[in-house]
Write a protein that binds this ligand. Sequence first.
Ligand code: C2E
Ligand code: MG
Ligand code: MG
Ligand code: MG
Length: 282
Amino acid sequence: AAKKIPGTAHLHFDESMAASGADYAQLGAELREAIHDDQLFLLYQPIVSLDDGRVIGAEALVRWAHPVRGTLAPDSFIPAAERTGLIVPLSRWVLASAFRQLAEWIERYGDDAPEVLNVNISARDLREPGFATMVTDLLAQHRIAPEKVTLEITETVALELGDSVAHLHQLRESGIRIALDDFGTGHSTLSLLHDCPVDGIKLDRSFTQSAIDGRVPVSAAVIHLAQALGLYAVAEGVETAEQAEQLLALGYIAAQGYHFARPLPPERFAESLRPRDRELAA
Ligand code: C2E
Ligand code: MG
Ligand code: MG
Ligand code: MG
């Protein structure tokens, strides 16, 4: 039971935010409609190479254009989606939309298309029978090489071992990469690295952002850990040039954050694929 203490704080937070079960039911009904009526949309945040700022990938981040409440951020509806089970159709929608976008970029930009596309999935998805097959079927449908896709495990609930790990193995065997999101916080722990087949970690932004005021040892230890385990690491939430330099000096090669770019609509993201200077030179 002692092991569950870190997760408990998280749960209490969610519950106090969530208000009543009736609200959840209401949100669930609305969300079901949103998935059907295409009220959801994706933004894409560039993942850049820290040494030259080149865009090497994109992370898809969902938004909900709610007819009454305006654009909602995922933190306001993903927890409800997880509780109601609607996360399963939601993730399917996100995966299909992101793959469709990547296929379009590859067709249009060829070698200039993002090398990797990261999509967030919930630990809840990994408990769904057939999840890994659903993902590989969608990839085949869009003729995307599995190597181009990284699934980020975003954990608001503890990952259950067993079936979930079997799904991760199946996904990795197909060539898809797996990354642990928000590494170092909440449920994204060292023990997961030990128990799950993963390819990479994303350093949580709480560590990235404090890299210059005393938490360098954590960022440094995480990159050493990644190197020792043969994992790649991406630093999240880089907001200043100073943080970027610090991370590069520590050995990080890839990062994301407002310093480079915010999550962007697909048209705007595409502009970042063709740097102005290269177009001028051409
Ligand atoms: P995440 O996967 O860790 O995504 C990074 C979050 O940090 C995004 O928030 C992004 O907009 C924000 N961010 C990026 N750079 C910076 C920065 O420099 N400073 C700060 N302060 N923030 C930055 P967003 O889009 O609101 O997403 C929040 C979380 O919702 C995500 O965290 C992820 O856990 C979840 N999420 C987003 N899209 C999906 C999805 O399609 N499916 C699932 N299951 N979860 C999703
Ligand atoms: Mg993520
Ligand atoms: Mg997250
Ligand atoms: Mg994260």
